[in-house]
Each structure stands twice: as C-alpha cells, then as structure tokens.
Design a protein around this ligand. Structure first.
Ligand SMILES: CSC[C@H]1O[C@@H](n2cnc3c(O)ncnc32)[C@H](O)[C@@H]1O
Ligand SMILES: [Zn+2]
Length: 443
C-alpha cells in the first residue's frame, strides 16, 4: 500500500536540522513540514519532497533549530539600557533604577520598551520570552500584536509600584489578566513576587494559594547575591530558599531566577521540589552578583534554563550570546572543560526554557505535534567555516547577526533578517525619543 501523501502549508529544507530532542542529534539534508502552525513532518529530503506542500523553502547553508527561549527578563527596561552601568545590584537598584522607574515608567513607556524588546528578541532568534515588569496587561497586548510567544509574570512587591498601588492590587490585576488570557494560544500569565527581600511572608502565602488554585507558575529572583542570603540569615536566621520551602512555594511551577548561592541544603530543596533554575550569567557577571553552578545543578537533575535579565543589567537581549557565555562560564565554575558542552547549552536555551515555563508539551524541540516555533541560522559565512558540527559552530562561533528566518506557530516573524510585523525605523526613532527625554535633552 503506498503511503498517503502528507499535505503541508510549508516545507523547509535546511542543510542541517537539530531537533534538540532526541539529545545530540544533527540531521543533515532533512525536511520539516508545517501544517496549521504545527510540525507535522520531519524526515529525509527525498521523503520530504514527496509531501504535497503549498510552499517549499530551500534553506541552503542554514541550521534549523527550535526557537530560543529567553526565560527571564524585564522587557520594557530596554529603554533604560546603559542608564546605570558598572554598579553592584543593590546600589544599581536602590540609587538608580528604582528612582528612574518611579519617574518614567507608565503605560507608554512599557508599550514602547516592550515593543523594542520584542523586536530585538525576534531578530536574535528568540521565539518565546518571559517578562516580569510593570503594567503587565500592556506587555501582554504587545505580545499579542507581535506574534511572539511569552510568559507574563505579574510583578508583586510589598510596596506601591508603577501601575499597582499595593501587593493586593497587583495580585487582583494578576488574577484578572490570568482569566482574560487563559485561552490565549501564545501567552501564559504567571505570578512574579520580585525577590525574598521585597515580599514578606504574608504576601508570599497569598501568592502560593492563588498560584495553586489557578495552576499558575511563580517566577522570582532568588539568591541573586551573597549579600541577599547573608542579610536574610543575619535578620532571620533562615536562608531565603529555606523560607520559601517553609512557606510552601517551591514545586515544579516555581522558577528560581539567578541562584548564584547554593548550599547543599538549597540544592536538595531544588531537587526534591523539582523547581527550575533560570540562569542569567551576563547580568550576574555585570553586577558582580556571583556564579550559578550550572554543571553541578544539571548533574543533580535540576532543570536549568537561560535568561538575559533586563537590558539595564546585561545590556542586550541576545540569548545566543548568553548561551555562549553560559557554556564558557560553566567550564570555569566547574573547573572542567567538559562542563555544559554546545549541545547541552542549546538544550538549555530551548527545551529547558520551555520546561521551566511549563510549555514543553508545545514548544522547545522540533518534534511532530509541537508548534512550529523555529529559527534558521545562516552558517554559510566565512567565520563559520569549516563546519564539523553545526551546533558547535552555532554556540561558539556564531552571533545573532546570522539569524535569517524565524517562525512562531508557523507564522513568519522574520524573513531574511527583516521583521515582518514591526517597523524597525519607527522602533528606533521611538527609543531615541525616550532616550532624549530620560537624559534631559528634551522637555
Ligand atoms: C518586579 S519585576 C521588576 C523589578 O525588578 C527590577 N529588577 C530588574 N533586574 C533585576 C535584578 O537582576 N534583580 C532584582 N531586581 C531586578 C526592576 O528594575 C523592577 O523594579
Ligand atoms: Zn531580573
């Protein structure tokens, strides 16, 4: 019996295809077929050409991978990029960033800054990002309009912040947004208590109850610096991770961002509660916050994903560059050149990110049945030659300027390096206008 012909909206024929799952596999001269936004076919080129495809795209010299997932950031902070550099975390936050946020952050700021962040991320191969910033409803509108995928974490602090008069107000808005977006195909709403030092037990308990009820994720900066942990121990005789465990917050829906300080007890809590850690190496390096022991966590079975953090502490939203930094730093921290090899680094930037955000059934790897969130990297330039392993070349020798095409749910958001739905000159002009206002050259 001849096999039925597979009907496709789009057939992609890259030189290399790296599915990420199964791990370590590189498929040469294979095709990937998309129908109704999902991957419906992966197979050798000769088989792929038998499909009945409405459109066929040859991608010579290109590597097709799952879209990168930026598991932690503060999107609208793109408008504060370079505003306060070369400072330690608490000085940076308390003396520079929080005063600037109090002065400038409003709905327009968040809309313009988030659009800028989305455009930068799409151009850098990112198909999904996690955002934790003020006016989350505005950010969700930007995500909806742009076509990208995102987790929107509702920021919650014990004190008033732009857009929320209190923690209760932020939680109420979060519950409403969660309800409004619970059927959205590309947006997930999570709860984002800022950090152990800005949210007290009472509000953390409220967040635990609501997140449990809604089956929502909790996204939080935790153990970012040694100072944070020491201050908590001095004041309460309890490490923040132990406190979060006591309050019942840890679990598979908990996303612990940073984790540069990990005792054996902290690690045991991460393992037994099955939380994810989101590693932000460049922000940690720039603020001199410390080093997350990625290899040790990986070997212990902890899911480690990757984030850029905001553009005010990084200062870019370049997850491919972040992956390279993570791979290099992991070797230095572990004292072993075999730590976080290129294939595992790519997995951290894709499937582990999806797992951390609770969307690994939908995205994170190229598998039949998953959404077609894909990126094509052009490896035909001289800086990538010769190619023994395209994943090694991608992680160790390629910059985000090699991102050529990108799809989310099968929809093209980047074609030949150009944004399909956003106007780059307008984004640049808008960001420049904010820069003039904030630096005082205008108004
Ligand atoms: C509640 S989310 C927004 C809040 O967090 C601040 N922020 C940005 N980056 C970091 C970081 O690395 N650690 C702690 N807090 C951070 C941001 O400026 C907002 O005030
Ligand atoms: Zn952050």
């Amino acid at each position: 019996m001849p096999k039925p012909v597979v009907a496709l909206d789009l057939l992609l024929l890259p030189t290399w295809l790296v599915p990420v799952e199964p791990a370590g596999v590189v498929l040469k001269d294979h095709g990937l077929g998309i129908r109704d936004g999902c991957i419906v076919f992966i197979g050798p080129r000769a088989e792929a050409l038998k499909c009945d495809a409405t459109e066929v795209r040859e991608l010579p010299g290109m590597l097709l991978t799952p879209g990168l997932i930026n598991a932690h950031g503060h999107a609208a902070m793109t408008l504060f990029r370079g505003l306060a550099d070369d400072l330690p975390l608490m000085t940076w936050l308390e003396q520079h960033i929080w005063p600037a946020e109090a002065k400038w952050v409003d709905e327009d700021f968040v809309r313009d800054g988030t659009d800028l962040a989305i455009a930068e991320q799409i151009k850098g191969g990112i198909t999904c990002f996690s955002d934790m910033y003020f006016y989350p409803k505005i950010a969700s509108e930007c995500v909806h309009d742009s076509g990208i995928r995102a987790q929107i974490a509702i920021p919650i602090l014990d004190f008033p912040v732009p857009g929320a008069a209190s923690a209760d107000d932020a939680i109420r808005q979060g519950i409403e947004l969660f309800g409004d977006l619970k059927h959205h195909p590309r947006i997930k709403v999570a709860f984002g208590p800022h950090a152990p030092y800005t949210v007290g037990d009472e509000n953390l308990e409220k967040i635990r109850v609501i997140a449990e009820e809604l089956d929502a994720a909790i996204h939080m900066h935790v153990h970012e610096t040694a100072f944070e942990v020491q201050q908590a121990v001095d004041n309460t005789a309890e490490r923040p991770m132990a406190r979060l465990a006591r309050l019942g917050l840890l679990g598979p829906r908990f996303q612990a961002v940073h984790m540069t300080q990990i005792s054996d007890e902290d690690q045991a809590l991460l393992v037994e509660s099955n939380c994810s850690v989101i590693h932000c190496p460049e922000s940690n390096l720039k603020l001199a916050s410390g080093f997350c022991p990625v290899e040790r966590l990986w070997q212990a079975g902890v899911n480690v994903a990757l984030g850029t953090d905001g553009a005010a502490s990084n200062n870019d939203l370049d997850l491919l560059g972040e992956t390279r930094t993570a791979a290099l730093l992991a070797k230095a921290v572990a004292g072993s050149a075999t730590a976080l090899d290129a294939h595992r680094a790519l997995r951290m930037a894709t499937l582990n990110g999806a797992r951390a955000l609770g969307i690994e059934a939908t995205v994170g790897s190229l598998e039949v049945g998953k959404a077609a969130d894909l990126v094509a990297f052009d490896l035909s330039g001289l800086a990538q030659q010769p190619i023994y392993d395209p994943v090694s070349q991608l992680i160790y020798a390629t910059g985000r300027d090699c991102v050529k095409h990108l799809w989310v749910g099968g929809k093209p958001l980047l074609e030949d390096g150009r944004l399909t739905r956003m106007d780059e000159p307008t984004l640049i002009a808008t960001a420049q206008a904010w820069g003039r206002r904030i630096s005082g050259h205008n108004e």
